[in-house]
Design a protein. Sequence first.
Length: 191
Amino acid sequence: MINIVLFGAPGCGKGTQAQRLKAHYGIDHVSTGEVIRDEIRRGTALGRSMEEYIKAGRLAPDEIVIDMIANYVAEHKEARGNIFDGFPRTTAQAEAFDRILEKHGLKVDAMIDIHVPEEELVRRILLRGKDSGRADDASEEVIRGRLDVYHAQTAVVADYYAAQDKYASVDGTGTMEEVFDRIAALVDRLA
Ligand code: AP5
Ligand code: MG
């Protein structure tokens, strides 16, 4: 079983590349952002409690997201592999994640950080915002706020995995195929 953390700023291509990795390697994919949006769409209590955060582009509370991932791991411990997209996003989440995986005799194999220049990120998200229906894609102000949150709270998580010698960075510019080939080269080396 291989567990990969796909990391990077909003709009870097985590979701896009996770879909491709899933199809290519036959492994599972979870996006905490998508799980939260699904809870909101279904109008659950959990969704209602997170709606304000996600609309404003702020992080949801660690405890809630950690619980979500603990459930996911418990249900997917027999998978060939898992791609974690958008989690962990704080050092507290990364520490809790190690404890959760350890409980099941599992570990993170690698964090792959998809690097894209800031202006390209804004351009991509604004373009997607035309038809994504995502509240946090609608205005440049909220998009730039998400990037600020990334720099203030999330970027440091890379150091956590670098300290465990699990960190790799790839160039996220160019076509989606080019980015996939770069990531697949790393994953092939792990397998
Ligand atoms: P989340 O859903 O994870 O959003 P995000 O990190 O802001 O990232 P995006 O989904 O916007 O971008 P992406 O990297 O997946 O890129 P994509 O492939 O779509 O989180 C949303 C919110 O949920 C957070 O703000 C927070 O509130 C909450 N949340 C989630 N996880 C949390 C956690 N762990 N803790 C607390 N709160 C949490 O690509 C973007 C666009 O670019 C697409 O249109 C795509 O088609 C295009 N594109 C992709 N690759 C290329 C390419 N190579 N060239 C040109 N265009 C490309
Ligand atoms: Mg995404």
